[in-house]
Design a protein around this ligand. Structure first.
Ligand code: FNR
Length: 356
């Protein structure tokens, strides 16, 4: 298929499934336990409806914004995902080229297939790359990793806090087991990962610990699943949080990030709309309307994980750029039909969350 045949973000997944090895498909697509958070992430968006306004001038819709000081064409960034090289040999370098062409921020995983140096080398003039950190109990090792990221020109440090222990990915295990050729044959396995080696003793003081290692860079806490921890992160000096359940791969039945965002509106509205503090959301976002629902509830931007892996799997940088174009078209259509021309005109009055 040519990339022109892709009409929506979900199409990338259908096409990628046919191209990926079983091991890669099992790793990318699955979630924890019986995958309830994975499905709920997307389902939550289907329970929020718009209250569009009409008879307005909607010429010149502009979906651009700033994400941690970086000018972004749309309120979307690339969430950090490990081992993009399993989908496309160019891996995160292909994603960087596509993100650069589409004008959005890419956050590189601690477990990326390509180094931050390689990704930066593929980036265009002025293009920024964030870097995600998994804290290790060997703090000197983590400190060095942060210093290296700073030296390589990271735009921001995203500390992932929801993966102290790896979630139990039973669907992945089953897919691999079922592919075993004979009952007693050697099962297909994936290369062992270092996930089991993460810091179990994290605290809010770790924000300052990272800030000292990365002076002047925004520090983001990724994996917030309750409005109380949004307040904690704000008080502890984080520049931003990502409401996320890791794409349903960690704690099954962790609530949908859209629900957490609605709770922030209800119980901690004072942290919304702050100059020094941004709220991002990821998980299950597949349409421009999903992006707009999150923005209406106060998200500064949203992250997509799997869709960019799948886009790069089939078509490399071109696929990633196409994914951004699709989102941009959908966001612009949505804005015009909601009756706004700028993102900051959106607010909770545009959505009905009563069924969320
Ligand atoms: C992830 N995610 C993730 N997060 C992180 O902080 N570091 C990582 O290395 C990874 N790796 C990773 C691999 C794969 C295959 C997936 C699917 C996800 C989580 C990711 O950043 C994000 O939270 C989710 O992917 C968002 O959900 P969607 O967009 O995939 O539905």
């Amino acid at each position: 298929f040519g990339v022109d045949s892709v009409a929506s973000i979900s199409d990338f997944e259908r096409y990628a499934k046919d191209c990926l090895s079983l091991v890669a498909w099992a790793y990318f697509s699955t979630g924890a336990d019986s995958e309830d958070s994975l499905s709920e992430n997307a389902a939550a968006y289907t329970r929020v409806f718009f209250r569009p306004r009409i008879m307005r001038n909607v010429q010149g819709v502009d979906a651009s914004t700033e994400i941690l000081g970086y000018k972004s064409s749309i309120p979307v960034y690339v969430s950090p995902t490990a081992r993009n090289g399993w989908g496309n040999p160019e891996g995160e370098v292909a994603v960087a080229k596509g993100a650069g062409a589409g004008g959005i921020l890419q956050v590189l995983s601690h477990y990326a297939s390509r180094s931050l140096e390689e990704v930066k080398a593929a980036a265009r003039e002025g293009q920024e790359i964030g870097w995600q950190l998994y804290l290790s109990p060997d703090r000197e090792k983590s400190a060095q990793a942060v210093r290296d990221a700073v030296a390589a020109g990271a735009h921001s440090i995203w500390i992932t806090a929801d993966t102290t222990i790896l979630g139990k990915r039973e669907v992945e295990r089953r897919m691999l087991a079922e592919a075993t050729p004979t009952p007693n044959g050697k099962p297909l396995t994936r290369t062992p990962v270092v996930y089991s080696n993460h810091e179990l003793n994290m605290s809010w003081d770790d924000i300052n610990w990272v800030k000292k290692l990365a002076p002047g860079l925004p520090v983001v806490i990724k994996g917030v699943g309750a409005w109380e921890d949004v307040e904690e992160a704000y008080k502890a000096g984080a520049d931003a949080v990502v409401l996320s359940n890791h794409g349903g791969r960690q704690l099954n039945f962790a609530e949908a990030p859209l629900k957490t965002l609605a709770d922030v509106n209800k119980f901690a509205p004072q942290v919304l709309g702050q100059e020094r503090f941004s709220i991002f959301v990821d998980g299950g976002i597949r349409h421009g309307t999903d992006v707009l629902k999150a923005v209406c509830l106060g998200a500064r931007g949203v992250g997509l994980g799997r869709p960019f892996i799948y886009a790069a799997t089939g078509w490399g940088a071109e696929g990633v750029e196409k994914a951004i174009m699709i989102l941009r078209e959908e966001i612009e259509i949505g804005m015009a039909l909601l009756g706004v021309t700028k993102l900051d005109q959106l607010g909770p009055q545009y959505v009905d969350t009563s069924k969320l």
